[in-house]
Design a protein around this ligand. Structure first.
Ligand SMILES: *Cc1c(COP(=O)(O)O)cnc(C)c1O
Length: 260
């Protein structure tokens, strides 16, 4: 699946190669977040910028850290775990796993992650909880929702989320913080905004009758191509890779199931 968004990615997202480049890119993204916040009366401090570093090598991640980056998002566990080990000296750097998880990788996630954003099954919840309990750790989790209705997206259908949330207090090591989604990969801003608005309404509904211990505040949505729209619709976390690090050579189908 090639990225169907208009315009060649390489031109839209030049590669950051120095600490100054990273400072520039972070400032540019933060400025767009601030502008989107101004549009709807939000405080920009309420939006966390998660720099998505998949495929990015250690040297460039260290530059991003030197430019002030403290949160990294990685889609694949193996890659994330190797980077965490290699950069264990950067003690203030936190890792968020944002990709679909298989139960056989839950042990690794329990060891190094500060957050897991793609929870969408009780099997994965149980596996994470078991390993976390053994390590005496807790983990912030977000439930992934399929807001686009596309078969090519992971995540629970919106109408299954309330019943799913009711099961989660059984897993004492998981701290449920909110919801995550990928919008439709479309250049139709109305369609993309519709996905984000659906998430905002879902969060409002869930907040009213969330089970004890389940705290639905976070809304992780928006990537390089659509984060400003997401912030306008209430995102509290944006996951931005290419607009910070530069265009990725690998196609998105390496990370999401291909469209049928
Ligand atoms: C890669 C990825 C992103 C970031 O995409 P960019 O186009 O690099 O901004 C966001 N969310 C998930 C789940 C991803 O895998």
């Amino acid at each position: 699946m090639n990225d169907p968004r208009p315009g060649p990615r390489a031109a839209a997202y030049p590669h950051a190669a120095t600490i100054a480049d990273f400072e520039h890119n972070f400032a540019a993204v933060r400025e767009r977040i601030a502008a989107a916040c101004r549009n709807n009366g939000r405080d920009p401090a309420g939006v966390r910028l998660l720099a998505v570093s998949k495929t990015v090598d250690e040297a460039h991640i260290r530059m991003a850290h030197a430019a002030g980056c403290r949160w990294l998002g990685e889609n694949k566990v193996q890659e994330a775990y190797a980077k965490w080990q290699a950069m264990a000296d950067l003690e203030d750097l936190r890792w968020s796993v944002i990709g679909h998880l298989q139960t056989n990788k839950a042990r690794q996630v329990a060891r190094f992650a500060s957050e897991f954003q793609a929870l969408d099954s009780l099997r994965v919840a149980a596996a994470l909880d078991r390993h976390l309990q053994a390590l005496g750790r807790g983990l912030d989790v977000l439930v992934q929702v399929n807001s686009s209705g596309e078969a090519s997206k992971y995540g629970l259908p919106p109408d299954e989320v309330p019943a799913f949330l009711r099961q989660l207090p059984a897993f004492g090591a998981l701290r449920v913080r909110g919801l995550m989604t990928l919008a439709a990969l479309s250049d139709d801003a109305v369609r993309v905004r519709g996905c984000f608005a659906l998430m905002r309404r879902l969060r409002e509904r869930l907040r009213q009758d969330a089970p004890d211990g389940v705290d639905i505040q976070e809304l992780s949505m928006g990537m390089s191509g659509d984060y400003a729209l997401a912030v306008e619709e209430g995102a509290t976390v944006v996951r931005v890779g290419q607009a910070i690090f530069g265009a990725r050579a690998t196609p998105d189908s390496d990370y999401w199931p291909p469209a049928p």
